[in-house]
Write a protein that binds this ligand. Structure first.
Ligand SMILES: *Cc1c(COP(=O)(O)O)cnc(C)c1O
Length: 410
């Protein structure tokens, strides 16, 4: 690791992260090594990004080949890799068309702009400062850090210091049908005002809360009845992590549009907004991204989707996800004083700590010292989001290491 900046000199990297004092320099599958040669079992995977693990042979070959051909051209021209990836997503989902960008926040920005245009063109909502078109989102949600995406994020701690937020967002408690119905009714008391509802099928960062089927079905019905756009943020749960390719399949509810990022590029930055034809409101000039959908990033996305199929990773995620949930469940039984339970889908699992236990960041730090990388989700949940290729033996090792960390904390 480079030495800390000498006294009086300024660290050239801005202080936006509270970082652990290790630097990871090499990875293979679900393992990573730091610059002192220490090995860690990686149940963070870049926060649900490294779908095929680290330094995957097929990813390396596909990306090396693409580097030898072409990395980037402007969206002024047709991009075959982008057309192919859009086709691969639409062929495997309920959507018809895709816009590409570079991150989850950027994908949600595109969805928010689409929602406003939907409100105007379909629902006749004339956006004014006094009566803006509304987008309803859930408390404890996470949609990213750009100004509109962070406004959509229903967590006041991410808003503090950045007010005023973007106008037109209202929040309701996740999975609470009555509260949603009440907010919808009050928002539309004087006529159409709601352009869209934006929801994660499973809340990841906000504490690993799986969506409730009945709640989502009711939201779908109410949106259909009024012509409101229903958008799912699948930036974390999408691309196989749930054990199905998309999170909406577990709920049995199709949104009108969804956003992807994290796992889609397996470590190469890419984001996407996919829509059904009926809500494809963007026309040339409406939206753009310089890097969005370049040949290199799209090659990464194509390789991830192809490998999920070739290696039959969905079945593998269902099995290893169930093993992870069961093994963590057994851990909860052995440590009932500290642990309250486990919840999640597939390989996105959250271990819930009791108020008497050390806070999640302390558990995460102790786990790191035992050679296990995990990440908090809120104050009381330890989140596991390993590569989708993690092996059953490594799942057991991860839980053993977490148990050592817990025992060490007393
Ligand atoms: C991580 C995340 C985002 C933000 O993605 P970035 O690539 O960091 O902008 C948005 N939504 C969800 C559900 C996420 O988990």
């Amino acid at each position: 690791m480079p030495p800390a900046a000498p006294v009086g000199q300024v660290d050239p990297v801005m202080d936006t992260y509270a970082r652990f004092p290790i630097s990871l320099t090499r990875g293979r599958g679900a393992w990573v090594w730091d610059d002192r040669g220490r090995r860690y079992l990686d149940c963070v995977a870049g926060i649900a990004v490294c779908t095929l693990g680290h330094s995957d042979a097929r990813m390396r070959r596909a990306l090396n080949r693409q580097l030898g051909k072409l990395q980037h051209v402007s969206n002024l021209y047709r991009i075959p890799e982008q057309e192919e990836l859009a086709g691969a997503i639409t062929a495997r989902s309920c959507f018809d068309r895709v816009f590409f960008c570079n991150s989850g926040a950027e994908a949600n920005e595109a969805a928010i702009k689409l929602a406003r245009k939907h409100g105007q063109t379909v629902r006749g909502i004339q956006g004014t400062e006094a009566r803006p078109p509304l987008i309803l989102t859930a408390q404890a949600s996470f949609h990213g850090r750009t100004l509109a995406a962070v406004t959509a994020t229903g967590q006041p701690k991410y808003h503090r210091g950045f007010e005023p937020m973007v106008s037109g967002f209202r929040y309701f408690p996740y999975n609470d049908t009555a509260a949603f119905e009440a907010l919808l009714a009050s928002s539309e008391a004087e006529g159409p005002q709601v352009a869209a509802v934006l929801l994660e099928p499973l809340q990841g960062e906000g504490g690993v809360h799986p969506g409730d089927r009945a709640f989502f079905q009711r939201v779908r019905e109410l949106c259909d009845a009024r012509g409101i756009l229903l958008v799912f943020d699948e930036v974390q749960i999408g691309v196989g992590r749930s054990g199905r390719l998309w999170g909406y399949e577990t709920l049995g509810v199709e949104p009108d549009a969804f956003t992807l990022a994290k796992g889609l590029g397996g470590g190469i930055p890419i984001g996407a907004l996919a829509v059904k034809r009926a809500v494809d409101h963007f026309r040339p000039g409406d939206h753009a991204s310089t890097f969005g959908g370049n040949p290199f990033a799209c090659r990464a996305g194509l390789t991830v989707l192809a490998e999920i199929e070739r290696r039959q990773l969905l079945g593998h995620v269902q099995r290893t996800g169930q093993l992870l949930q069961q093994t963590l469940g057994d851990l909860v039984k052995r440590h009932p004083q500290q642990l309250a339970g486990v919840r999640g889908w597939g390989l996105l699992q959250g271990l819930v700590l009791r108020p008497e236990a050390p806070p999640a960041p302390a558990v995460v730090k102790a786990a790191l010292e035992e050679g296990l990388l995990v990440v908090p989700a809120g104050a009381d949940v330890v989140r596991f989001v390993p590569p989708l290729t993690i092996q059953p033996r490594q799942v057991r090792q991860a839980v053993e290491r977490l148990e050592k960390a817990l025992i060490g904390l007393g």
